[in-house]
Design a protein around this ligand. Sequence first.
Ligand code: GCO
Length: 488
Amino acid sequence: MKRRTFLLSTLGAVASAQVASKDNQVPEWVRNALMEDNARAKSLPQFPPGFLFGTATSAFQIEGATHEGGRGESIWDRFCKTPGKVKGRENADVACDHFHLWKSDIALMKSLGIQSYRFSIAWPRLQPPGSGAANQTGIDFYSRIIDELLANGIRPFPTLYHWDLPQPLQDRGGWAARETADRFAEYAQIATRAYADRCPNWLIFNEPTMFINLGNLSGIHAPGLRDPAVTMRAGHIVNLAQGKAFRAMKAVSPKLRIGSAFSMSQPYPASTSDEDRRAAERFHAWENIWYIEPALHGRYPSAIGPIPDKLLDIRPGDMDLTRAPFDFIGINNYSRAVIEHDPHFPIPFAAFRWLSGETGPKTDVQWEVYPRGLYEITMRIWRDYKLPIEITENGAAYNTPPGRDGEIPDQQRIDFYNSYLHELCQAVADGADVRAYHAWSLLDNFEWNEGYTPRFGLVYVDYNTLARTPKASAHWYAKLIAAQKNSL
Ligand code: GCO
């Protein structure tokens, strides 16, 4: 299967041309593989009845209105103001102005036939300083969004934390302070009390691996630290927070279905050596399941081997507190990871280097297009945990500009979605219990330290006028949804 993927993505157009012109020089198996790929490109994948097609966004990336509605400061507001952190010194004060345009954004989703909307709740809107009383204006904002989604037949799918920690909590140590886990559980309870009656499905965290590692190890995200010791401790506190929030939410309503959205990339050893193979397993442990094993099994992943408690500051009883028996697992997937052994990795027990794969074409942010990786990671998570799966994010950055007719012909994004969705469909056919798929993202938006440069949206946003224009990929996605024979 690997060989096939290599063929399709590497030879691509060049080989297609060869097939057409110098037929006799192309081996039979190349021709067959390309023909199969062409057939796939034309056909739309068919998912089972009840499968939901959605889109995903996050509060900080689209809302704007950072000073309205009693919202408090978040670590990302502070980070944007710090020179040298975000490309072009851009910030999210306006972003897509979804704070004011939410109603028309929901109408837009409705017009595309979207069935599930994954959005995040900004902690600094609900509880501006990160502790104490709830802010009613913030509660009302998301309440209206939830009502409007339901009125339009779209499933509301909230995420509690998509990286916008209240700055006052960062001032007291952020995720490296154990107190933050308790504050987070309180906030989780405020949110579920407000919306559990209308939202049965919840995500606790978005990509804990990313916000901990990018924020504390490489420092390219807020709060911008480069400290391996803090990274290891903060990761453990996020695991505690996840367990505490899970219980606080179930105490509000035991019927809630709760998971988290994890960034996941299927690892491929860079060589056939045992060293690289073991490094790939350590990658899986540290990047993909570091926040799953403590939740489901009360332990850190075994591929890492024994870790001295003091490195993570694990205290007696902690590994019971991290338990969060998820109702499902959320997978965010974009690419794969080619992994080699590297003893110099700043987290000593992880010891790997993440190389970019060179097989598939690259998106505009240089991520390799590798649809087979979605199949493989989905099958592995299904095999290892046997829990329902939601694909909580998948998508690509392509900055196709509007044409003269105002249309945005982002064929590459269509090809991306089509190929990944075919692989997902195969995973479902092979037994994985996948319930939904969310395209990242509904709108072009604020891409963290990259500012507004990369465009991930199905819908183009003109940042001067804030006008929204569905791209060709949005029309394609609408067609795909409509073509599901058994859609709800
Ligand atoms: C993440 C986040 C999103 C990103 C998206 C594209 O994965 O980083 O969940 O906020 O915008 O993934 O990078």
